[in-house]
Design a protein around this ligand. Sequence first.
Ligand code: GDP
Length: 729
Amino acid sequence: MDRDYPLDRVRNIGIIAHIDAGKTTVSERILYYTGVSHKIGEVHEGEATMDWMEQERERGITITAAATTAFWVPTYAHADKDSPLNSDSQGESLGSGVRINIIDTPGHVDFTVEVERSLKVLDGGVVVFDGVAGVEPQSETVWRQADKYQVPRICFVNKMDRLGASFEFCYKTILERLTKKAVRLQIPMGEESAHVGVIDLLTMTGYHFEGELGKEVKLVPIPEEFKVVAEKYHHELVEKIVGEDDAAMNEYLEGKIVSVAQLKAILRRATISGSIIPVFCGSALRNKGVQLVLDGVVDYLPSPLDIPPVAGIDPTTGETITRPPSDEASFAALAFKLQTDPYVGQLTYFRVYSGTLEAGSYVYNATKNERERVGRILRMHANQREEVKKVYAGEIAALVGLKNTTTSDTLCDEKQPIILERIHFPEPVVSLRIEPKTKADQEKMGLALKKLSDEDPTFRIKSDPETAETIISGMGELHLEIIVDRMKREFGVGANVGQPQVAYRETITKEAEAEHKYIKQSGGKGQYGHVKLRVKPLEPLAEGADKKKLPKNVTREADFEFINSIKGGVIPQEYIPAVEKGVREGLDRGILAGYQVVNVSCELVHGSYHEVDSSELAFKLAGSMALQDAAKHAGPVILEPVMKVEVVVPEKWMGDITGNLSGRRGQIENMEDRGHLKVVRAKVPLAEMFGYVTQLRSMTEGRGTFTMEFDSYLAVPQTVAQKIIEARQ
Ligand code: GDP
């Protein structure tokens, strides 16, 4: 086999955390210790290596899901032969190191999609907590997302050096708010300014971290003052571990000593299956404990061999099929992220699930039913790129040169096609207007927005036909703010930006007809276009229907259909596309309040033309006006995005929460217990959710948390519609 790292020595992981818990600092230390990054940048100095996009540095939050490759030789592999750490001689076999691919995950709820898409391609996670604050609202959000994708994880309680840090408090919040499966694998050697190291409860050893940025890991005896408590938690840990294995449990009950190697092996299995979640601690900023977290990644998080084979659909039969994580199997990979790189152009990050791919070959995009030429294959390190000839099962790398592949497409072997489960992208629900400052900006803006939307499937662009302004829409206020920021900085576009607004839509509810004659005769050549249109709500396509097999006179898209029923050439064929174009423009312009009209079927039923005066322009205008007229009589309504909202609160605030949600036009769907907390699920219009974070916090003394995601577009009540229409005027 020609792969450089055996598959069991590959880890694909993400550092998962709520903003400010220290994810960037932890990542920086990881890159430093793994030897990739030799010059380390503190976040506050704005030099973070992972956060290479400018405005991320300034905001100090991480947005992109770039993947970085690092190598780690576990600390115990350096231990003496007779050291207690080497009891399992596992160190020897790992002497040449483990490849760790770190997939960057963002911490802000506005970037749910980024979190979800990274969770989909990683095999394990390190969840970072702030040792002062413990579990914070958003820690709970990301924790639940990781639950959804069944990501095995370990916890790292960071910032043990901070004033007010308490490992026990933080550990308690993990048990109470997240999971009873957590168990202390370490305790800090001192807290706040007394934090000098870490005690490992499995091997019962102490650690100090010395030298530049603590890169030298030193074994030290457990200080006297921690002996009793360490002993107590050691037994708790061992009991929890042997509880996962009958044979070990019997040995333990018989009073025999279960070896560290055995305990580690059981803990590894239990962590991967999700029945135990080991908790580490330290301080990334003070260089304490991060190397042991890396050891933990190697010891307890899964390799691609430890996770179930990936499942997908056979595009020819529609059957569910799987692919094993093996180089010999046929190639299957998921493109999970597009990024524009200043040096090489567009990069497509992909995770290989099975088989191999060679540079310079071809690959089949099963989602788009297209072949693509594979240019170069790059492995991205923190501060350099490495060109590789071939990538193997279980790996993550980036492709240069793919033309039509977008996020979430499956790349595979053309002879054995598979479509992997798609990443689910919610609808963009917030929009804002942007206006270029100069003519030159206008051109640059178009290009910049196109590039940004190629990278991000939840970001859309549209132009308002009436004002010629550009409207962009996305997942939330921060999402759009960051896109605008990138447009200004990376692409140097000058623009004025409006206020974020709910992205309303319009539709029709019944059938109607209208006719329009566009005639102009004032000297010279006149204008003549005459059309009669029938509009009705669009029926969904029957299950399994093939769009390509529609009759010739029908064009169909997700939310629009155009039927040409002209007989006997009453309108010549050459003018029909102009009519359709006019109809589309009419829909874009909106009927009631200027929002795009969706889900319309439009039939061109009749019309007439003039030998001399007819033109494409005349038919386009006639089409647009007839459409507007017909739609006005077809029961138009305004649609608003309605969100699925989940609020988690202690029981005593339940009444306040449900009352408040109802006041926001919310429909309570159900309520249930989660530990001693209550979960309320409701559907609430997005327009009513602005400012909810602040209100929830003040209603619940900061204890309530919530998440929301797009559910559906629904018609707004009459009174609300009136207000929206007035606002637009
Ligand atoms: P992120 O938002 O999760 O990426 O968090 P950062 O790594 O940017 O850290 C947020 C803030 O916490 C920064 O000011 C860091 O310097 C600080 N920080 C990170 N780790 C530690 C730590 O171990 N101890 C202390 N005292 N501060 C830390």
